[in-house]
Design a protein around this ligand. Structure first.
Ligand SMILES: Nc1nc2c(ncn2[C@@H]2O[C@H](COP(=O)(O)OP(=O)(O)OP(=O)(O)O)[C@@H](O)[C@H]2O)c(=O)[nH]1
Length: 212
C-alpha cells in the first residue's frame, strides 16, 4: 500500500472556554466555521496532512475543553503533545491573562521539548477588541514563543499558525533524533489511529450557549 504520510505529529489546542479552539480546528481541517458555541466535553481530535519541505506530515490535533471541570482529564493528554497552541480571545482580557496559567500547566505536565505558540483569536472583531497586538507580542516574547493573531471566522492566519507550529516540531526533532519524532509505518491507517485513540477515551460535544 502506498505510504500516506512520512511522520505523525500530535498538536494540542489549549485556552479558556469560548476563545475559539474548536473553530480554529474546523477552519484548518475542514475550511468550515460554526457560529454557535458547542462546548467541547473533555477532548476531541481531527487530522490533517501537510506537506512541509517535501515531508508528508500527518498532524493529529487535539481540541481540549476550556472549562475548568475537564482539566484533570485533559491534563492527562499534555504529556503526549509535541506542539501546543495557547489560544486567547482578543475580545476577552481574562482569557489573555489566563494564558499565564495555561503556560504554567504546560510546564508542569507536557514534555520539556514541547513547542508552543501563542494565538490571539477573533481578530476580525475590531470594535470589541480588549487585547492589543502589542500586548500579545510582548507576552509571546516573554515566553520566547511565536505569536499569531488569527480569525477562524475570516480564515486569517489559521493555516499559518498550525503550519508554523508543525514546522517548529519538525525542526526540533531534526536537531534531536531522540526526541518525540513519531515514525509511522505505511500500513497504519487513520482509522487504526482513530480507533486507538478512541479506545483511550475521546469525548463528545455538548450543545452550549452561543457567544457570538
Ligand atoms: N467573530 C469570531 N467568532 C469566533 C471566532 N472563533 C470562534 N468564534 C466564536 O466563538 C464561540 C466559541 O468558539 P469555540 O470554537 O466553540 O470555542 P472553544 O474555545 O472551542 O470553547 P470550549 O470548547 O468551551 O473550550 C463560537 O460562538 C464561535 O462561533 C473568530 O475567529 N471570530
Amino acid at each position: 500500500m502506498a505510504k500516506e504520510y512520512d511522520v505523525l505529529l500530535r498538536l494540542m489546542l489549549l485556552g479558556d472556554s469560548g476563545v475559539g479552539k474548536t473553530c480554529l480546528l474546523w477552519r484548518f481541517t475542514d475550511n468550515d466555521f460554526h457560529p454557535s458555541h458547542i462546548s467541547t466535553v473533555g477532548i476531541d481530535f481531527k487530522m490533517k496532512t501537510l506537506d512541509i519541505d517535501g515531508i508528508k506530515v500527518r498532524v493529529q490535533i487535539w481540541d481540549t475543553a476550556g472549562q475548568e471541570r475537564y482539566q484533570t482529564v485533559t491534563k492527562e493528554y499534555y504529556r503526549r503533545a509535541q506542539g501546543i497552541l495557547l489560544v486567547y480571545d482578543v475580545t476577552n482580557e481574562h482569557s489573555f491573562q489566563h494564558i499565564v496559567k495555561w503556560a504554567s500547566d504546560v510546564d508542569e505536565s507536557a514534555p520539556d521539548q514541547v513547542k508552543r505558540i501563542l494565538v490571539g483569536n477573533k481578530c476580525d472583531v475590531d470594535q470589541r477588541r480588549r487585547v492589543s497586538t502589542e500586548q500579545g507580542n510582548k507576552l509571546a516574547q516573554s515566553y520566547g514563543m511565536d505569536f499569531f493573531e488569527t480569525s477562524a471566522f475570516t480564515d486569517y492566519n489559521v493555516k499559518e499558525a498550525f503550519a508554523r507550529l508543525t514546522q517548529l516540531v519538525l525542526d526540533g526533532n531534526r536537531k534531536d533524533p531522540d526526541g518525540l519524532w513519531v515514525n509511522v509505518s505505511s500500513d497504519l491507517s487513520t482509522r487504526d489511529l482513530q480507533q486507538d485513540e478512541i479506545g483511550q477515551g475521546v469525548a463528545e460535544k455538548a450543545e452550549g450557549v452561543c457567544l457570538c
